[in-house]
Design a protein. Structure first.
Ligand code: CMP
Length: 435
């Protein structure tokens, strides 16, 4: 059957902007509906127009919901019947209650307009989505939302306070709506924050009962907000915190084992480099949890700049590059470290990603070559099946990628052109040494 109305793409720009707009309308409705009720403003003129506009937006939103495919348990439900069933079982009732024209039934039903606030439940959904998409730091996001809920609660309490007669607020505050609201909001905030100066107090039994409710909720809420803020601030930069904990542990260990000071300095330098170059993350640990296809995509993305530096990869096909990337393991050396020495048995070759290394004689005095990012070394021992023909020493902090002998041979079997190239290079480097 042909669909009369087109499907809406749930991830498309239109739906995203629409959702944001509806959320804004929900907040507007949540602020203005209690205000109108508290001040008993008649629904006419501009207020009526606003009311009708917001209701029309909410109705349109419900219609769009019937046209937007949804994900249920990871499966996309695109049939109109499936979408409707999902919506009717979920948010539909709540959305319907929020658009119902209660005012038409007469003043006694007017209070039910507050049911519009039910739509605020959508905000929780929106927040989850923002958190998932990592738009801003999750802790900052939670703080913003918590602030919003507390402010809204204070607003509702202030409106209810006004509706109940506002206690002993004093006639100088009742002359204007804005002043009355300001003073009532002040009462709500001081009560919620458990400050309670006692300058605005309840006078009727209803006001007293309401004040008790706000005080009790306020005390709980206030404690909760403080606790959440404290923990959120502590978690704001969780990478930094975790890294600092690791450094503390290393420092304690070094002090306990009386590690010589120069070595301690070298170790600290290594951790500084780890933080500067990769924010303390060990790539291989993070990537290990990912399935192979995703790991490959992330590796290609991270190492793109490294690959661009390596001339032999320029003409290499995607298949070779992917195969290599999957098996490269990062390793770091600090200045002056030997990656290996002449005569060692070689089990890996290396690609220089960052920093420089020097190829030096056994005594470390003669420098045969200095290799910068994009170079590679250690292939000769693997290709010609012999011990290392020189020492390699780190000049700066160097980030290397290592490729294990077994993997290299497997790759070479598959890609003969790469094999020929490496063979020629290994032989030429060999000859240079003999000169
Ligand atoms: P291998 O013999 O495995 O270990 C030492 C490495 O240094 C060697 O492989 C080459 O990759 C590299 N190497 C040796 N001589 C030179 C040179 N003259 N220029 C650049 N690299 C070299």
């Amino acid at each position: 059957m042909k669909k009369i109305l087109p499907d809406i793409d749930p991830e498309g720009r239109f739906k995203q902007s629409w959702d944001a707009f509806i959320l804004l309308m929900t907040v507007v409705a949540a602020v203005e509906t209690p205000l109108k009720l508290a001040f008993q403003m008649p629904l006419q003129g501009g207020l009526l127009a606003l009311e009708l506009f917001i209701t029309a937006c909410f109705v349109a939103d419900m219609v769009l919901n019937f046209l937007t495919p949804v994900q249920v348990n990871g499966q996309v439900v695109g049939s109109r019947r499936g979408i409707a069933a999902h919506y009717l079982k979920g948010w539909f009732v709540l959305d319907l209650l929020s658009i119902f024209p209660w005012a038409l039934f007469g003043p006694a039903w007017e209070g039910l307009r507050l049911l519009r606030l039910l739509r605020l439940a959508h905000i929780a959904k929106f927040m989850q989505k923002m958190a998932k998409e990592n738009v801003i730091n999750a802790s900052v996001l939670r703080m913003i939302f918590l602030g919003f809920w507390v402010a809204l609660f204070a607003h509702l309490a202030a409106c209810a306070w006004i509706a109940m007669g506002a206690g002993n607020i004093g006639h100088e505050w009742t002359a204007q709506r804005s002043l009355l609201y300001l003073r009532s909001f002040y009462w709500a905030v001081t009560t919620i924050a458990t400050i309670g100066y006692g300058d605005v107090t309840p006078v009727t039994p209803l006001q007293t009962g309401f004040a008790i409710v706000v005080e009790v909720i306020g005390a709980g809420l206030y404690g909760y907000v403080i606790a959440i803020f404290a923990s959120l601030i502590a978690n704001l930069d969780s990478a930094r915190r975790k890294f600092s904990e690791q450094i503390d542990e290393i420092n304690n260990f070094m002090r306990f084992r009386k590690i010589p000071l120069p070595l301690q300095r070298q170790i600290r330098g290594y951790y500084d480099h780890l933080w500067e170059s990769r924010r303390g993350y060990h790539e291989s640990h993070v990537l290990a949890d990912l399935p192979e296809s995703l790991r490959l995509k992330v590796s290609i993305f991270i190492n793109k700049s490294m690959l661009e530096k390596v001339p032999i990869f320029e003409g290499a096909g995607d298949a070779l590059v992917e195969e290599l990337l999957l098996h490269l393991k990062p390793s770091i050396f600090t200045p002056g470290d030997y990656v290996f020495r002449t005569g060692d048995v070689g089990d890996c070759m290396y690609f220089v990603n960052n920093g420089r290394v020097e190829v030096v004689s056994s005594d470390g005095k003669t420098v045969f070559a200095t290799l910068s990012p994009g170079s590679y070394f250690g292939e000769t021992a693997l290709i010609l099946n012999q011990p290392r023909n020189a020492c390699v020493r780190a000049v700066d902090y160097v980030d290397l990628y290592t490729l294990h002998r077994g993997t290299l041979h497997r790759i070479l079997e598959k890609f003969p052109a790469f094999q020929t190239h490496l063979h020629e290079l290994a032989t030429s480097r060999q000859v240079e040494h003999k000169k």
